[in-house]
Design a protein around this ligand. Structure first.
Ligand SMILES: Nc1ncnc2c1ncn2[C@@H]1O[C@H](COP(=O)(O)OP(=O)(O)OP(=O)(O)O)[C@@H](O)[C@H]1O
Ligand SMILES: [Mg+2]
Length: 260
């Protein structure tokens, strides 16, 4: 059974795209066929982390939503080109197919102005799963709640909600969580990112659990290496033994267990 995993946060910049990219790679390293759709139409970006240049993609998610192409034509295999910190091939056992959103100002403006058929987006997800025979479909989202985030929450086997230890994030996360609970998502996973290294895991875990009545599925500390990499690659391939990478592997294991 294909697992649909959507990644959300109420506020922006929590680390969704980097976590999506790293989790996708960790799962693909186990030989899985993985799809990623960038539904952040307003401010796309995950293609940058995978090194997929704008001029290298002919079609984007926008073109599919405008009926210009099939959804398969918007999917680019990015797993084969990934490299480690030394520039050596990463040799990922599985496959990663990325559907980017357009980065052209005019195309972003058009979709925001005209809107699009959310039903078509849903059809596109399922068509990708079937034609590419995916084991996992990851959906990277725009922060906050909108039509496409609601759709992706509703159809997910797991919703990963990313938050920072910040009061504004705490409030907003409660809203996202409430929606996800109403939509009966089978697995709700809270990922705490950018935690100050001065906070202990146990106390952060206790705070999250008490506040949300849901377990903290992953804890990621703010770190300099991530700031230095600055979304120019897959962190887990550049820093294989880093605590951030180990935590990505731990969350990926939870996702892999859902599939088996
Ligand atoms: N644990 C971390 N430590 C340090 N920097 C981090 C960490 N996690 C993410 N970042 C940095 O935070 C920035 C935002 O990350 P990212 O783009 O993944 O967030 P996002 O939630 O997808 O943002 P948006 O809401 O704009 O889509 C990036 O520069 C990234 O390198
Ligand atoms: Mg993002």
């Amino acid at each position: 059974m294909t697992q649909i995993i959507s990644i959300h946060s109420f506020r922006g910049g929590t680390g969704k795209s980097n976590l999506t990219a790293n989790l996708s790679v960790a799962v693909a390293q186990q030989g899985k066929r993985v799809g990623i759709v960038d539904t952040d139409i307003q401010s796309p970006g995950i293609h940058v982390i995978f090194g997929l240049d704008e001029d290298k993609f002919t079609f984007s998610l926008n073109d599919y939503l405008w009926g210009k192409c099939t959804v398969e034509e918007t999917a680019y295999e990015v797993g084969g080109n990934l490299v480690d910190g030394e520039g050596n091939p990463a040799n990922i056992a599985g496959n990663i197919y990325l559907v980017p959103s357009s980065i052209k100002a005019g195309e972003i403006a058009r979709i925001l102005r005209q809107g699009f058929d959310v039903g078509l987006l849903n059809d596109g997800f399922h068509e990708l799963i079937d034609t590419l025979e995916l084991d996992f479909l990851f959906i990277d989202t725009h922060p906050g709640l909108n039509e496409e985030t609601l759709l992706s929450i509703a159809i997910s086997d797991a919703a990963l909600i990313v938050l920072r230890p910040d009061r504004q994030d705490f409030m907003g996360t409660a809203v996202t969580l409430e929606v996800a609970r109403k939509l009966n998502v089978p697995n709700l996973m809270l990922l705490l990112n950018k935690a100050s290294p001065s906070f202990e895991r146990r106390s952060l875990e206790q705070q999250v659990t008490e506040r949300y009545g849901a377990p903290m599925a992953g804890l990621f500390y703010e770190n300099d290496e991530m700031l230095q990499l600055a979304s120019s690659g897959i962190f887990g391939l550049h820093y294989r033994d880093h605590p951030f990478t180990q935590e990505v592997q731990q969350v990926a294991q939870q996702l892999l267990q859902m599939q088996s």
